[in-house]
Ligand binder design. Structure first.
Ligand SMILES: O=C(O)CCC(=O)C(=O)O
Length: 213
């Protein structure tokens, strides 16, 4: 469980899966998305991706912390930060100004006002880093993920009796995905260890109690 969440597990069957040829992306058919998920190719242009990647590379990333253990991906959050050390959700530094145009695009894609995306988590997946099976914290609402530099295989699973129903969605560089509804609340997702450097920029809304609105 712990190694799954940290994304550090590397059993032989995963290596075997990675050695298979990459799926042909959306050809001939788009992949079946979990209900509530939306996907947008080329949310940003290659020049914007290159500029963002060069700025993101300079950020003071730190290894992902989970109850005293370290994952092999590195992260940094703005707006709000969720700490897996019992302290939970805390305010973090403001979202960098250079990320605001990306937030505008993410919000328009999700049909939300940009200010609703109060939190951003940036992840650096060096080769070998992934993320284990999880659903995002219930403190958050909608999740919009933007992929930079390398394609990831977003794996989804949910319990169906004593089996798992599974779907795979390629998250292409410059694309965005939205997790809402069952894709957010019923399905777990994970990313197997990357072969090449990938950055993800994940914007989330906050779920607030009515007296905090
Ligand atoms: O890198 C991604 O696109 C997924 C990130 C993710 O699942 C998470 O931060 O909870």
């Amino acid at each position: 469980m712990l190694t799954e969440l940290l994304g550090t597990q590397n059993p032989p069957e995963r290596i075997a899966v990675l050695a298979l040829p990459q799926p042909t992306l959306f050809e001939p058919d788009p992949p079946a998305l979990p209900e509530g998920m939306a996907y947008r190719r080329e949310l940003i242009a290659p020049a914007e991706e290159a500029k963002l990647a060069s700025l993101i590379a300079e950020l003071p990333f730190a290894p992902f912390q989970f109850h005293g253990f370290e994952g092999n991906r590195r992260t940094i959050s703005y707006g709000w930060h969720y700490a897996f050390d019992g302290s939970g959700l805390r305010e973090a530094g403001p979202i960098p100004v250079w990320l605001l145009p990306l937030r505008e695009k993410a919000a328009a894609f999700a049909g939300l006002p940009a200010e609703a995306l109060e939190h951003v988590l940036m992840i650096e997946y060096a080769p070998g880093a992934g993320i284990g099976w999880h659903r995002d914290r219930p403190d958050f609402g909608d999740v919009i993920g933007i992929s930079l530099l390398a394609e990831a295989r977003l794996r989804f699973r949910r319990k169906a009796g004593d089996k798992w129903e599974r779907k795979n969605v390629p998250a292409e560089p410059r694309s965005a995905y939205l997790l809402r509804g069952p894709a957010r609340s019923e399905w777990e997702h994970s990313i197997p260890p990357m072969e090449k450097l990938r950055y993800s920029v994940t914007f989330r809304t906050l779920k607030r109690a009515p007296d905090q609105l």
